[in-house]
Design a protein around this ligand. Structure first.
Ligand SMILES: [Zn+2]
Length: 236
């Protein structure tokens, strides 16, 4: 009887420690000074960004802060791998390396939207990216980089973008398949479902992912619903 009770205490202790551990591992974006150091020593070069070097602004719009946050997220996000269905393909271990390897330069200019120059192998971002937080930029970096694997969009079949050249055919389950939207959506789905970012961020990302599946993917509705159920709505 006593052994049984002690055993239970040990199990409870392990469980509590596990929970505290999981709590302690929740990521957060570093403060501005730390980001500035990361920017100047590494991210500026890794992103291959074409802008004048200057000290990061800690208040208000800042192109350096927006891209440094994005680089931090791409480099540091980790995913839970427990209870994965057999055959599930994990995202690349370092998404920052994976995406930046695909392009030559990241150019900030007067473009209206992010876009990829397939001839020159560059990606372009508008100046107003300075108003975004890193979570709004990561999907775009993954997206534009994937274009440079020679994946173009096609005309949207339905929805608010019907007739516009801004959709991809089908959804992806691995980073070896699918177009620019499919790649970004799969990465966002992993962040939303299995990353170590705070819950409110993950919920916002899940909502964005759900909306983009409906408006940027050409697939039968049942297929979209099944993907959303698998990656967004269910705990996986
Ligand atoms: Zn695109």
């Amino acid at each position: 009887m006593r052994n049984w009770f002690l055993g239970l205490l040990v199990i409870l202790g392990v469980l509590t420690a596990g929970l505290q551990n999981a709590e302690a591992q929740v990521l957060k974006i570093p403060d501005c000074n730390t980001l500035d150091i990361l920017w100047n020593t590494r991210y500026f070069h890794t992103l291959k960004i074409v802008i004048p070097v200057q000290v990061m602004k800690c208040e208000g719009p800042s192109i350096e802060r927006a891209f440094a946050e994005a680089a931090y997220i791409l480099e540091n996000t980790r995913f839970r791998t427990d209870r994965l269905k057999k055959g599930t393909r994990l995202p690349p271990a370092n998404m920052l390396k994976f995406s930046t390897a695909k392009y030559k330069k990241l150019i900030v200019d007067d473009s209206e939207n992010p876009w990829a120059d397939l001839d020159k192998k560059n990606i372009h971002f508008p100046k107003d990216t300075e108003n975004l937080d890193g979570f709004s930029v990561v999907g775009n970096i993954v997206h534009e980089a994937r274009h440079l694997d020679n994946h173009l969009h096609e005309i949207c079949w339905t929805g608010p973008n019907k007739g516009l050249w801004m959709c991809d055919r089908g959804l992806a389950d691995s980073f070896n398949e699918g177009g620019a939207h499919s790649h970004a959506l799969l990465y966002l789905a992993w962040i939303g479902g299995r990353s170590n970012w705070p819950r409110d961020k993950r919920i916002a990302i899940k909502n964005l992912t759900r909306e983009l599946v409906q408006t940027r993917i050409n697939a039968p509705q049942a297929q979209k619903d099944a993907w959303i159920e698998k990656y967004i709505d269910r705990l996986w």
